[in-house]
Design a protein around this ligand. Structure first.
Ligand SMILES: [Zn+2]
Length: 70
């Protein structure tokens, strides 16, 4: 039984996942298992690539904490 606020919000899709064990934390940012698979599978010529690259930039370079999406 976990408090609501311990549920991480996925950085990629903005979804609150009830199963936070099904995903990865990178530098304190959460990516759900579904998006993790998408990242691993993406190609540079994929239409999702620029979006994914942009989101990942927030992980590497944004040190501020807070809501990932508002
Ligand atoms: Zn996600």
């Amino acid at each position: 039984m976990e408090p609501e606020n311990l549920r991480p919000t996925c950085l990629m899709c903005g979804q609150n996942t009830p199963l936070w064990t099904e995903g990865i934390f990178i530098k304190g940012k959460f990516i759900c298992a579904r998006c993790e698979q998408m990242i691993l599978a993406v190609h540079v010529d994929d239409i999702w690539y620029p979006f994914i690259k942009d989101q990942l930039k927030h992980i590497w370079f944004n040190r501020t904490e807070g809501p990932y999406f508002s």
